[in-house]
Ligand binder design. Sequence first.
Ligand code: DX5
Ligand code: ZN
Length: 223
Amino acid sequence: MKIAPSLLSADFSKIAGEIALVEGAGANYLHLDVMDGRFVPNITWGPKIIGDLRKLSPLVFDTHLMIVEPEKYVEDFRKAGCDIITFHLEATVHAQRLLTHVKSLGAKAGISICPQTPVGMLEDLIEDIDLILIMSVNPGFGGQAYIPNSIKKVREARELIDAYNPACELEIDGGIGRKNIAEVVAAGVDVCVAGNAIFGAADPAAELQALRALAEPATAGAR
Ligand code: DX5
Ligand code: ZN
């Protein structure tokens, strides 16, 4: 299983050190939350900042676009160095076209769904998706409480992936920490995003390793 620390909860006054910490602790992806103040009630950063962060780390940049009209910006994010570009199904009408476009830029194409969106909405797109991101909180902020119904969505997404596109990765984002990481991984998650759990800890590197130690037996046991 993979761990993707979310920089949303990192301290940007010492961002190079924060990235080095999680990289050294074995992070697999760096999760970058892009928010526009329209799709979600918060604002973060855009391609310029991500391009600058790109100089600090060779880690896979796992970009989570929480923006309206994502089709307008995917090229800029790809140029900035994003490796995985995930947009919200709720934010675009022509999702299949956008998946194809993202892949034509040489990035992996992900789709995220908010808590109210059924996994079944992805059924007719599954063969074109490189990564499904299940939101286990309402997107917009770090440090929110995990929504328990998410486990049901993880199981449904796992079934969809196993049946139609086993190469697709399954990621979960929101409220993941020591108390639930084993459970979601056992249900089929490949990539766990963790923001507050890691960067809010006194020792982020040790916390990342503790999360991995809890999750890895669940991977072996379940799948
Ligand atoms: C929330 C973001 C998450 C956020 C998760 O909208 O998409 O990536 O950083 O933070 P935690 O792990 O603190 O819930
Ligand atoms: Zn995110």
